[in-house]
Design a protein around this ligand. Sequence first.
Ligand code: B12
Ligand code: SF4
Length: 233
Amino acid sequence: MRILLINTNQERWPIPAAPLGLSLVASSLRKAGHDIRVIDRMFLFSQKEEQRIFQETIKEFKPQLVGLSIRNIDNTCMSALRYYLPDIREVVTFLKTLTEVPFVVGGPGYSLFPVEALKYLGIEFGIQGEGEIACVQLARALTEGSSYEHIAGLVYQANGSYTGNPPQLIPDLEMMPPAAFDLLDYKKYIQKKGYIGLQTKRGCAFKCIYCEHPRIDGKTYRLNRGSKEVLEP
Ligand code: B12
Ligand code: SF4
C-alpha cells in the first residue's frame, strides 16, 4: 500500500523536535512492505508552498492511506496560549479536497483526546498510543478489505458514532525497527539548532496527578534498544 505520512508539527520553540514517533511508525510500515512517503511541515514556512507540495505529492505518489502525526495540542504556555488543532484541521480540509482515501491520525498530543480530536478533524481513523503495530494492522486490513474493529488502540466510526479499543503495549520494544529518519531531511533539524530524539525507555508506573506520560506511553516501564544501536542502526 502507498502511505503518505505527514508531520503536522510546526512548533519550533524551544527547539524544532524531529518527528521520532512518525519515523518509528514509518519504519514499521516499510518493514511490512508498504511504500512510504513523508511530508514534514516543520520547515515549510508558507501555506502556498505547503499546498503546492501536498498537491504535487498526492498527484504523483497517489497515496492509498494518509497518516497524520500530532505531537502537540497546545504550547502549554499560560501567558501566550496557542492551540494547534485549528491549523491542523485546515490542513485536513485542504488534503480532503485532493484525495478521497482514508486518513489515520496518531501521536502523543492526539492520544490525549482521541475521540474528540478525531471528531474535530473529521478523520476516519485514529490510533491512540503506540503506533508501530496498530498502524501495520490497519494498513493490512485496508489492503485486504478485512475487518479492523479488533485492532488495539484504534478509534473509528461505527453506526454514526465514534468508538475505540484500549491500546495494547508493545511487549518487546527491541523487536521494532529503528526510526526511518532517512525518509525526511533530518539534517535540517541539526542545522536549525534542533534535536534528533533517541528513546531508551517507555512507560511509567507512577501516578503523579499533573502528568500525562503514563496515559501516553503506558503504565509499564519497558526498556528500548540501547542508545548505541539507535545511533548505529
Ligand atoms: C521528549 C519530549 C519533548 C522534548 C523533545 C526533544 C526531541 N528531540 O524530540 C522537548 C523537551 C524539547 C519538548 C518540548 C515541547 N513539548 Co514535549 N514531550 C516530550 C515527550 C516526553 C516525549 C515525546 C517523544 O519523543 N516520544 C517518543 C516517541 C517515539 O513517541 P510518540 O511521539 O508518542 O510516537 C508514538 C505514538 O504517539 C504514535 N504516533 C506518532 N506519530 C504517529 C502518526 C501516525 C499516523 C500514527 C498512526 C501513530 C503515530 O506512534 C509512535 C510510536 O509508538 C512527550 C510526553 C510523552 N510521554 O509522549 C512530551 C509532549 C509531547 N510535549 C508536549 C509539549 C506541550 C511540548 C512543548 C509545546 C512544551 C513547551 N511549551 O515548550 C514543546 C514543543 C516542542 C516542539 N518543537 O514541538 C506535550 C504535548 C501535549 C500538549 N499539551 O499539547 C507532551 C505530551 C507532554 C505533556 N504531558 O504535556 N518535548
Ligand atoms: S513520568 Fe510522570 S507519572 Fe512518571 S514519575 Fe515522572 S512525573 Fe510522575
